[in-house]
Write a protein that binds this ligand. Structure first.
Ligand code: SIN
Length: 290
């Protein structure tokens, strides 16, 4: 049974907070939800320890935030289509999410958040990095900020999840990522978002899914995109989370990037991920004419 002992403690100066004094398997009242919503808005990602939830409890917790947005490319658990597996077996070399990205930015209405629960972790390694896109945007010059506010960018899943792309060509991704036929047309999102909960301006491009600026060619876009990526990944905007079985990281996809480190070859790592729905972003639309 939860009481009123919920505590929020910053984890790193720019991104992340611990949430302690709560059992996510027990009833959670509205006051606790309000505290956690504020912590997520303020810090971009919230971390929990020792939450050994059943799949049903994981799903019930996710539904307290928003309807579930099922990822169409990840293999789900055998029993619960709402839960995506993020798995790497001892014999596999590639991991899932091993580069800076934000989930579902290729969707017209990107998932608001992802709730990742550690089921099995390697004895060492397999940490996840997070980066604050609010801190990154605020550290740019006023001139570049103003330019970016007027820009839009194209996001795509084709080159990552499509039939001719990354995961489809990797023999050892087989069984973990699939459905290349579920790739949808590319979408256009603003480069700078006003975050609906924090009111903060955030940079909304990412190295995995953003392919170019709207109205620019890929070649023309590369220089500025790479400048933004190098800037946004600066260590001072990031934190690094070390998992234990039962740890949860719940990140806001509109405010952060994340990066799953792949430094544990020969060991097993199994995570369960639920993505929850977001509201549409102002000014987003399907890319027309392609
Ligand atoms: C992901 O990119 O969603 C997975 C992150 C992780 O496994 O740490």
């Amino acid at each position: 049974m939860n009481s009123d002992r919920l505590r929020v403690t910053p984890y790193a100066p720019q991104v992340g907070a611990w949430i302690e004094g709560i059992d996510l398997a027990a009833p959670i009242d509205e006051a606790m939800m309000k505290t956690m919503r504020k912590a997520l808005a303020d810090h971009g990602v919230i971390f929990f320890r020792d939450q050994h939830l059943s799949p049903e409890q994981h799903i019930a917790f996710a539904r307290r935030w928003a309807p579930i947005d099922i990822n169409r490319f990840f293999k789900a658990t055998d029993t619960h289509p709402e839960i995506a597996e993020v798995r790497k077996e001892p014999g596999q070399k590639t991991n899932i999410g091993g580069g800076w990205h934000t989930d579902h930015s290729y969707d017209l209405e990107p998932a608001m958040g992802s709730i990742l629960l550690a089921r099995e972790v390697p004895p060492m390694g397999g940490d996840t990095l997070f980066a604050s896109m609010g801190a990154a945007f605020e550290a740019l010059s006023p001139g570049l900020q103003e330019t970016l506010r007027g820009m839009r960018a194209v996001h795509s899943s084709r080159h990552v999840f499509g039939a001719q792309a990354g995961y489809a060509k990797l023999a050892d991704a087989d069984g973990r990522i699939g459905n290349p036929d579920k790739v949808l047309p590319d979408v256009v999102h603003p480069v700078v978002l006003r975050h609906p909960d924090s009111g903060r301006e955030v940079l909304y491009v990412n190295p995995a899914f953003t392919t170019r600026f709207d109205g620019w060619t890929e070649r023309e876009s590369q220089g500025l995109l790479q400048t933004l990526y190098q800037h946004a990944a600066r260590p001072e905007f990031t934190c690094r989370f070390t998992w234990q079985e039962g740890s949860i990281a719940f990140w806001d996809n509109r405010a952060t990037w994340h990066y799953a480190l792949n430094d544990y070859h020969g060991e097993r790592r199994l995570m369960h991920r639920i993505t929850v729905r977001g509201s549409g972003l102002e000014g987003s639309h399907w890319l027309s004419g392609e």
